[in-house]
Design a protein around this ligand. Sequence first.
Ligand code: PEP
Ligand code: MN
Length: 262
Amino acid sequence: GRSFRPEGTTVTFPNGVVVGGKEVVVMAGPCSVESREQILTSAKQVAAAGAKFLRGGAFKPRSSPYSFQGMGLDGLKLLRDVSDETGLLVITEVMEISQIELMLPYIDCFQVGARNMQNFNLLRELGHVRKPVLMKRGISATIEEVLLSAEYILSGGNYNLMLCERGIRTYETYTRNTMDISAIPVLKKLTHLPVLGDPSHGVGIRDLVPPMALASVAAGADGLLMEMHPNPDKAMSDGAQSLYPEQLQKLMAQLKLLAPVV
Ligand code: PEP
Ligand code: MN
């Protein structure tokens, strides 16, 4: 609850980046790591836009078992290499307990995906590491369920936790999900944890991402997690919701009119 730390929790990363502080922290990159060239180009574009984290899945939770499943360990190594080269931090998804140890040397932040928000064994294990975790809201999770899942991690002693609204499933099908902007101020009120918005999965349509990113920050988000791809039309996953590099650049400038952004 918020009363545990009325001033709010901040999560500090190795290079001094703080989430939950005064600045809005932007994490951007492709849905999946696809090749050295793709992730290096992405990292350069993300760094040039002024964002601090490179995102990219190496382990991908795909709806179809026949879709691209990610590059695995090779993807983690590429993420680390290109992030060191461009001065970025790495956030990437962990899907199961056995991946935690494997990932530790390569990453700066674990991402728990929407599909694993109620993988309680995974959450419990992430409570035993001290590396930061960003936990996404489940696809149809209530706020109470989000809070209880967060407790699985916090109760293990890992307070380096951030929450993320990424859209929920509703009766509306025009957008991929319904971005519940209200979840941001609700979670900020109920918890001491930093809250981020992921407008990419929130709406699933590239041109709707910038307005929902702005709305997230206006609603009090401490950061944004967004998909950007050097060539979205060729992306192996989530191309339709991935920003063009120029869109990210422009959005960063717009966000700065609302809040200090890094
Ligand atoms: C992702 O970030 O690429 C992802 C799979 O997100 P989510 O878990 O929110 O669907
Ligand atoms: Mn994705």
